[in-house]
Design a protein around this ligand. Structure first.
Ligand code: FE
Length: 344
């Protein structure tokens, strides 16, 4: 798109999450969607790398023939089987759907940060697999071999048809709703629901003081993911304000239906991959927990609660609660926050 030579300044009141003016896309300041800039700065302050976390204790525990039970070993491999491809799916969606169609430059700034974080997460899973000497072919291919993972990933990927098409453009009622649907699928469901039984399993390990390096990797990922989810919810809610005509009763019913399908897929995943339960969490507990977090996601975008399930894993909400995040992560070295000199 060629630029027009003009002294006329960008009117930020016309800035839009989608369908904004072309010139607006490359002018960061002045900002309208300040939540995105805050998320960008939080992401930078939370920067971490998988290689900074010691995996030595995990390596010894994994090598020991008796330290972990067979069920624990299977659980760790299966959650890695889900995780290893999930963040690649998320990264593709950030770059090939969200970045292409979001016209707010401050939101695009955050998406660049988010895309990098998704890469760090995939790196973390690779680092765990490599450190423990797991069979890469087995773990990374699980999404095509284990029904419960395949069904979740197929559900998500089926919604990429259309929006990943290079011809796809927002600007019509139908396509703008398609974009909103994409946000429901990727933020509320993939980042907000499909990670959470696996997060709970990793916290189960941590609570037993087992595989603490792997669990710490996942803690950092969960902290990043809760920011991704917050950002996605802000995007949905801001589009609702900017283009209220999209948020029809039919669309709301559709979003609720998608979330309900996702809850069933996630509960089935937990029941199938942990058939005997794990760390005191059984299939019924997982379902209640998933229903509880699904209700929280629905409430954040103004949709009615579907389950009213009480949280059977209250220790998870403590781990996730963003207000406690600082205490939770306070053991972390914070050199990224203070900057420091570059040493070439
Ligand atoms: Fe993410």
């Amino acid at each position: 798109m060629p630029i027009t030579k003009t002294t006329e300044k960008v009117d930020i009141n016309k800035r839009r999450i989608i369908n904004g003016a072309d010139a607006d896309v490359i002018q960061l300041y002045p900002m309208r969607h300040t939540f995105a800039w805050e998320a960008y700065n939080t992401g930078n302050a939370n920067h971490w790398l998988p290689t900074e976390i010691s995996m030595q204790k995990d390596i010894e525990e994994w090598k020991s023939p008796t330290f972990l039970t067979d069920d624990e070993r299977k659980a760790l491999k299966t959650v890695l089987g889900f995780f290893t491809t999930a963040d690649s799916i998320a990264a593709n969606n950030v770059v090939l759907a969200m970045y292409r169609h979001i016209t707010s430059p401050e939101c695009r700034m955050y998406l660049l940060r988010q895309a990098y974080e998704e890469a760090i997460h995939t790196h973390a899973y690779q680092y765990i697999v490599e450190s423990l000497g797991l069979d890469e072919g087995e773990i990374f291919n699980m999404y095509r071999e284990v029904d419960a993972i395949y069904n979740k990933d197929s559900f998500i990927l089926s919604f990429n048809e259309g929006i990943f098409n290079p011809e796809f453009k927002t600007g019509t009622f139908e396509n703008d709703q398609k974009f909103l649907e994409n946000m429901v699928i990727f933020s509320l469901i993939l980042e907000g629901i499909f990670f959470y039984s696996s997060f709970a399993v990793m916290f189960g390990f941590q609570r037993q003081n087992k595989m603490v390096g792997s669990a710490e990797q996942i803690q950092y990922i969960m902290r990043d993911e809760s920011q991704h989810l917050n950002f996605g919810i802000n995007i949905i809610n801001t589009i609702k304000e900017e283009e209220p005509e999209l948020w029809t009763p039919e669309f709301q019913a559709h979003a609720i239906d998608l979330v309900r399908q996702a809850v069933d897929l996630e509960a089935t995943f937990a029941a199938e991959v942990f058939p005997k339960g794990i760390f005191g969490m059984n299939a019924d507990g997982f379902r209640k927990y998933i229903e509880h977090i699904a209700d929280r996601r629905l409430a954040r975008v103004g949709l009615p609660l579907q389950y009213n399930a009480t949280n059977p894993f209250p220790w998870m909400s403590e781990a996730i609660d963003l207000n406690k995040e600082k205490n939770f992560f306070e053991t972390r070295v914070t050199e990224y926050k203070v900057g420091g000199t570059l040493d070439w």
